[in-house]
Design a protein around this ligand. Structure first.
Ligand SMILES: [Zn+2]
Length: 298
C-alpha cells in the first residue's frame, strides 16, 4: 500500500487519531520484535477493499449513520465503503464469548474484529451483563494470564477432570489411591478422544490490563479452567509499557488460541484457516508500522 498520496494525516484518520497518540505517547510502546507473525505471510483475503476505503476516508454506518472508518464499532458492521461481500468470513471450530469492560473505548478495542469476521461464532457481552457459565464449566475455558493458568495443551486435561474428579470424595487411603489411579487411566484413555469434543466455548476478556480485576474476580467466572498463551508476543500498537509482551490484544489472543487448538488439540496441520481473523488487524498494523517508519519513530 502507499501512504504517499495521503500521508500520515490520512493514516491518522484510519485509526481515529490513534496513530498520533501511539507515536507521541511515551506510555505506549511498539512490540519490540522486528519480525513476527504479522510480518510473515498470512493467508489473507484481498485487502484492496480496505485500501480503497482508507483512501476515501470515513463513511457512514448503514445502521446508526455514525461516521466511521472501515467498520462501526458500536453496531459491529462494516461501513458503506466496505461491502460485506468483500469481508472474509471465518468459520471457527469453537464458540467465542468476549466480555467487554464497559469503560473500554470501543474504537480502540480489537474485539469487534472477531465479531465482524466470524459473526456466527462470536458473541460480545458488555460487563456486567454476562452469561451464567455454572452448568457448562466442563466445556468452557477462560483465556487470561495468571498464577493458576495452564497451557492450551493442558487445559483439556483439566476439563476432563471436571466434574467427576472433584465430586468424588474418598474416605480411606486405599480408596483414594485406587480412585487416583483410575482417574489417571480415565484421563489418559478418554482425554484424547474427548479432547476434540469436550471444549465448546472459549471466553476472552476485552479490557485494558488495568481494568480487568473486577471482571476476572466476578463469581460467575470462578472455577473456569484458565488458559494463558505464554509463547506469543503482541504486535498491538497500543501495547502498554510495563506489561509483558506476551499480554495480547483480544484479536491476537483469539487467533493464537485457535492456531494452537488446531495443531495441539485437533492435531491437524495448520494451513492458515483462521488467518483472516487478522484481516483488519494486520492491515492497521502495517499502516502504523509504515507511518512510524516515515516519521522516524522506530
Ligand atoms: Zn453503527
Amino acid at each position: 500500500m502507499s501512504l504517499n498520496s495521503h500521508g500520515l494525516k490520512e493514516v491518522e484518520e484510519v485509526l481515529h487519531q490513534e496513530i498520533q497518540s501511539s507515536i507521541k505517547d511515551p506510555q505506549l510502546q511498539t512490540a519490540s520484535a522486528t519480525e513476527n507473525d504479522l510480518d510473515l505471510n498470512l493467508k489473507l483475503a484481498s485487502q484492496e477493499v480496505l485500501e480503497r476505503a482508507q483512501q476515501i476516508g470515513r463513511s457512514k454506518c448503514p445502521k446508526c449513520s455514525s461516521s466511521r472508518m472501515f467498520y462501526c464499532y458500536s453496531c459491529y458492521i462494516p461501513v458503506e465503503t466496505v461491502p460485506v461481500k468483500n469481508i472474509p468470513v471465518v468459520k471457527l471450530p469453537l464458540k467465542i464469548d468476549i466480555i467487554k469492560h464497559p469503560n473500554e473505548t470501543d474504537g480502540k478495542s480489537t474485539a469487534v474484529h472477531a465479531k465482524l469476521l466470524a459473526p456466527e461464532d462470536v458473541t460480545i457481552y458488555t460487563y456486567p451483563c454476562i452469561p451464567e457459565y455454572e452448568d457448562k464449566k466442563h466445556e468452557i475455558v477462560l483465556v487470561f494470564p495468571g498464577p493458576n493458568s495452564v497451557s492450551v495443551e493442558d487445559c483439556l486435561l483439566y476439563l476432563a477432570m471436571e466434574p467427576a474428579a472433584k465430586r468424588r470424595k474418598c474416605t480411606s487411603k486405599e480408596e483414594k489411591q485406587l480412585h487416583e489411579s483410575k482417574l489417571t487411566n480415565t484421563i489418559e484413555n478418554t482425554a484424547q478422544v474427548k479432547m476434540k469434543t469436550l471444549l465448546r466455548k472459549v471466553v476472552f476478556i476485552d479490557s485494558t490490563w488495568n481494568q480487568t480485576n473486577k471482571i476476572i474476580s466476578d463469581e460467575r467466572l470462578q472455577g473456569l479452567v484458565q488458559v494463558e498463551l505464554k509463547k506469543r508476543k503482541t504486535c498491538f500498537w497500543r501495547h502498554q509499557k510495563g506489561k509483558p509482551d506476551t499480554y495480547l490484544s483480544t484479536i491476537e489472543a483469539i487467533y493464537y488460541f485457535l492456531v494452537d487448538y488446531h495443531s495441539l488439540i485437533l492435531k491437524e496441520t495448520y494451513k492458515g484457516e483462521y488467518d483472516n481473523l487478522l484481516f483488519f488487524f494486520s492491515f492497521m498494523y502495517k499502516l502504523i508500522k509504515t507511518a512510524k517508519h516515515s516519521t522516524g519513530k522506530v
